[in-house]
Design a protein around this ligand. Structure first.
Ligand code: GN1
Ligand code: MG
Length: 379
């Protein structure tokens, strides 16, 4: 299969081997190594696009091509030689995507990226520097894309971070209970229902234009930033499938949810799951060091709550997938999605006790970075 895909590309050298890479809950990824005539090797990432999730793969690639081109140009403008942009490898007929027809006569879509060398990524983090640099990476990403023409972007997944819509869908699927799994999840369902009032906070402000639409990444997990192995600085933001117009609040909140949790989403020992305030501070500092000058006060005042909202959203999504029979996220065992739901709910409980502290910290730091920039402007 991999060989069949590679035939559609003009990659220099000979395929030495390929292995499947297990990170990511949606797409399938392989790393292929090629050897050139001079003996040097080069790696590539081959990804099978999950077309159940991304139903229009051409639109998806159009977004990625547009955004990566723009980011490259912006980095050159800023004379930034330290960071990289994801590089799409084109097929022999200059397409960013190819397909093969499988045994059951359906099309499977694949794309190839250049492998980012000298880099490492983490699934969860305990190191403040890694977290600071993750926040900085996503802040820098939003900063560079702040003037990207939004009308060029396709909505690759409709209502992706529309939390109240996600809630409505959960309530509907609970009523249908197609897999007979609702009873088992009763406590989790009640927990979510009790928090319904929070869920629309960001969407209402977006809809009423109290907060701006921006180009956002929408999947700011710690493993979506490649770090420079030598310097520890961020090297590149990856996984651009969900780049769409949205609110910076979902990106910031999801960044904290993912990087400042003391355990991965799959951890079943809930005693290990909490929100580490030192890591929260590190991410916030990294993010604000890039984005503070461009944020509005309304956005900043919702940043702490965004952490709560997105964590609830993930609990809703995992639970909804469990109730529907695990059709969306990759799962490794029967109750995987229920365990992920419990993990996120546990994190929500902890976040609730820390909200005020986080809000105070964000406000304080926003003012510091903001004033610093204003001073620079005056000089
Ligand atoms: C999915 O595939 P991955 O791990 O990058 C999901 C995110 C979730 C995340 C939870 C397109 O991301 O929204 O936050 O799992 N991506 C999509 O681990 O649904
Ligand atoms: Mg990913």
């Amino acid at each position: 299969m991999i060989e069949e895909i590679l035939e559609k590309y003009n990659i220099e050298g000979k395929l030495v081997n390929y292995t499947q890479n297990n990170s990511g809950n949606i797409n399938k990824t392989y790393v292929a190594t090629f050897q050139k005539e001079d003996g040097t090797t080069k790696k590539y990432l081959i990804q099978k696009i999950n077309t159940k999730v991304f139903t229009e793969p051409y639109k998806l690639m159009k977004n990625i091509e547009g955004v990566t081109k723009y980011l490259k140009k912006e980095m050159i403008n800023e004379k930034d030689n330290n960071h990289k942009v994801l590089e799409v490898v084109k097929t022999k007929d200059n397409k960013s995507l190819c397909y093969i027809t499988n045994a059951s006569d359906t099309r499977e879509y694949y794309r190839i990226y250049e492998y980012i060398e000298n880099a490492i990524s983490y699934d969860s983090s305990v190191d403040k520097d890694i977290v600071y640099n993750t926040g900085k990476a996503f802040g820098n990403f939003q900063k560079l894309l702040r003037d990207y023409p939004m009308n060029k972007l396709e909505e690759t997944i409709k209502d992706f971070h529309n939390t109240p819509e996600r809630y409505k869908k959960l309530m509907y699927d609970i009523k249908v209970d197609s897999e007979g799994r609702v009873e088992e999840a009763a406590r989790e369902i009640v927990f979510i229902i009790k928090r319904e009032e929070y869920l629309s906070l960001i969407m209402e402000d977006l809809n009423s234009k109290r907060i701006p639409l921006r180009v956002t990444h929408n999947d700011t997990k710690v493993n979506n930033v490649m770090m420079n192995k030598d310097t520890g600085d961020f090297l590149a933001v990856i996984d651009l499938d969900t780049v769409m117009p949205g609110s910076m609040l979902f990106d910031y909140g999801d960044g904290i949810r993912s990087t400042a949790s003391t355990a991965s989403e799959d951890e079943t020992d809930l005693n290990k799951v909490s929100l580490d305030l030192e890591l929260f501070k590190a991410y916030t500092d990294g993010y604000l060091s890039e984005m503070a000058p461009y944020l509005t006060y309304e956005e900043v005042s919702l940043m702490a709550e965004s952490i709560l909202i997105i964590t609830l959203e993930l609990a809703i999504r995992f639970l909804n997938d469990y109730i529907n029979g695990d059709t969306y996220f990759k799962t490794n065992y029967e109750k995987h999605n229920l365990d992920r739901t419990r993990n996120q709910i546990h994190l929500v409980k902890d976040i609730e006790t820390k909200l005020q502290y986080m809000d105070d910290y964000i406000m304080k730091k926003y003012k510091v970075y903001h004033d610093k920039e204003k001073k620079k402007e005056r000089i």
